[in-house]
Design a protein around this ligand. Structure first.
Ligand SMILES: [Fe+2]
Ligand SMILES: [Fe+2]
Length: 175
């Protein structure tokens, strides 16, 4: 099925939003660096890499179907937060928004009966469940930790062990 302008526009917007997401996470990473929470900074850097891989996955879908990707200006992210908890609370809220946007692309694919886009989006539905879970769990742990510095440093060490993000996929629907 030839890719429609409508789904292509929606996916192009999402490529921009994934890059914007990466930009937000990098902004969060540098905030953590400044606070000497290098484990959390590392976690955010890995997350930024993941967002780039998400953008590439959408990019490949358009390219594989003979469409045209158009790069747009990336919005400037927030740069200051009140606490580590607030950073992860924002990350969780951001992921909820990402999920909503991806579901909207799914609505378009459903209406157009675009099975190819539907198959590609399936990967993202699972990914968003994971992203929401991760950010929600860390936010909740930080809430429990409160003002306890030893507990905060322990969580920082744990998040510092997050493995590197996989390289951007060579195919839009690769597992
Ligand atoms: Fe993403
Ligand atoms: Fe994400």
């Amino acid at each position: 099925m030839e890719i429609s302008q409508e789904i292509m526009d929606a996916i192009n917007d999402q490529i921009n939003f994934e890059l914007y997401s990466g930009y937000i996470y990098l902004s969060m990473a540098t905030w953590f660096e400044e606070k000497n929470l290098s484990g959390m900074a590392h976690w955010m850097e890995v997350q930024a890499d993941e967002e780039y891989a998400h953008a590439i996955r959408f990019y490949r879908h358009i390219v594989e179907r003979g469409g045209r990707v158009t790069m747009k200006a990336i919005e400037g992210p927030k740069t200051e937060w009140a606490s580590a908890h607030d950073v992860f609370a924002d990350a969780y809220k951001h992921e909820l928004m990402v999920t909503e946007r991806i579901y909207k692309i799914g609505d378009i694919a459903d209406r157009l009966k675009d099975r190819s886009a539907q198959a590609m989006l399936q990967w993202f539905y699972n990914e968003q469940t994971e992203e929401e879970k991760n950010t929600m769990e860390i936010r909740d742990m930080l809430k429990m930790i409160g003002e306890s510095m030893p507990a905060l440093l322990q969580l920082d060490a744990k998040l510092g062990a997050r493995p590197a993000a996989p390289a951007p996929p060579l195919e839009s629907t690769a597992p």
